[in-house]
Design a protein around this ligand. Structure first.
Ligand SMILES: *Cc1c(COP(=O)(O)O)cnc(C)c1O
Length: 369
């Protein structure tokens, strides 16, 4: 038998979460954000699971966009960071892939490229995130150029919110967006998951939900469950060793946990080289035999320790859930001082992945959507 760690990706849960996004979106079209290998969940299986539902896909790598086309995906595909080199332009044209343009020289480059067909483009507006995009007069000029030049087909304006999940909200950025573009009557794309869930006024023509599709809550103070989102990735392993230690004994590198009573320590085949966050320390939640207990000490490269003192029936071979079904990745992420996005994306290549669809996952109960 191989090392017992596995990730299970529940494609029915992905579709369920998409349906939640659809409910919030109303008639707004949805780009399913599948960047970073679908947030670590597997690009092609996830894209295909959504193929009958989504209006488009958004990602970063041209090679991934081409892979979607070659897998038969027909919907619009948006490159969120645009293209990087003029050599890519003929490929964008050939495969009908839409770049987000964020610099004036890109408009010129496309005009000079002599492409066999007009490109649909998104123009990125910098409304306050201050990463990519046009502002002020450069924006006005870019919009004028893109809408006038025969090199371009449909033009959509997009922006991205810096604090849709936080206290600052989106109003200040929406104000800037509308002030910079008082006369724009064409399509807009504004909302990520947090904005889609929290601010209906940001729905626009195209929304771009990512994390919510994978069952992560974009909000620190609202559990995914409360948003009716289901976990898609479950990272599971087993207890492979047990130590009974007395008071004063320590656990793991640096001995950061010291037992203050007789303690049963379970050793789990999962470490930071599997993608488990090393910064989760003593107290981070973990499920053993479906019961919640806590991490003990430091996470090693290939192992971590948990507290079995209150779980006398658990031992070698007991199933362990690191996150997913029954234990929100958001809770584990919080304990490690990060966000579920990072946990998902960090899932290591060495972890075998099983894709399941509803009942095949052994979860009982039919999916209703
Ligand atoms: C990643 C990304 C999204 C999706 O954000 P979530 O918080 O995962 O919903 C949307 N738009 C842009 C530009 C992005 O980079």
């Amino acid at each position: 038998m191989s090392r017992p760690i596995r990730a299970r990706i529940d494609l029915a849960a992905l579709r369920h979460n998409f349906a939640v996004a659809r409910r919030y979106a109303g008639t707004t079209r949805l780009f399913s954000v599948v960047k970073a290998n679908a947030y670590g969940h597997g690009l092609l299986p996830c894209a295909q699971a959504l193929a009958g539902l989504t209006d488009g896909y958004a990602l970063l790598d041209l090679a991934d966009a081409v892979a979607l086309r070659e897998a038969g995906i027909r919907q619009p595909i948006l490159l969120l960071e645009g293209y990087f080199d003029a050599e890519e332009l003929p490929i964008l044209a050939e495969y009908g892939i839409t770049p987000a343009l964020h610099r004036a020289d890109q408009l010129e480059e496309i005009e000079l490229a002599g492409l066999p067909r007009r490109l649909d483009v998104f123009l990125k507006v910098n409304s306050g995130m201050n990463r990519l995009g046009f502002t002020g007069d450069a924006l006005t000029a870019a919009v004028r150029r893109a809408t006038a030049s025969p090199a371009f087909a449909d033009v959509t304006l997009m922006t991205h919110f810096a604090d849709a999940d936080g206290p600052r909200g989106v109003a200040w950025q929406l104000d800037r967006f509308h002030t910079m573009l008082p006369c724009w009557a064409g399509p807009v794309s504004l909302a990520n998951s947090a904005a889609l869930l929290r601010y209906p006024e940001t729905r626009g023509d195209w929304a771009r939900p990512g994390i919510m599709l994978y069952g992560g809550s974009p909000f620190a103070d609202i559990p995914a469950e409360q948003l009716e989102l289901k976990p898609v990735m479950t990272l599971a392993s087993q207890i492979i060793g047990v130590q009974e230690i007395g008071p004063g004994e320590r656990v793991g590198y640096g001995g950061t946990f010291t037992a203050d009573r007789p303690t049963r320590v379970g050793i789990v085949a999962c470490g930071y080289a599997d993608g488990y966050p090393r910064h989760a320390g003593t107290g981070a939640p973990i499920l053993v035999d479906g019961r919640r207990t806590r991490l003990l000490g430091r996470v090693s490269m290939d192992m971590l320790a948990c507290d079995l003192t209150g779980l006398p029936d658990s031992g070698v071979g007991s199933p362990v859930t690191l996150w997913g079904e029954g234990l929100s990745a958001d809770d584990v992420a919080t304990a490690a001082g990060t966000i579920s996005y990072e946990l998902f994306c960090a899932l290591a290549r060495r972890v075998p992945v099983d894709f399941v669809d509803g009942e095949a996952g052994g979860r009982g109960g039919r999916e209703t959507d």
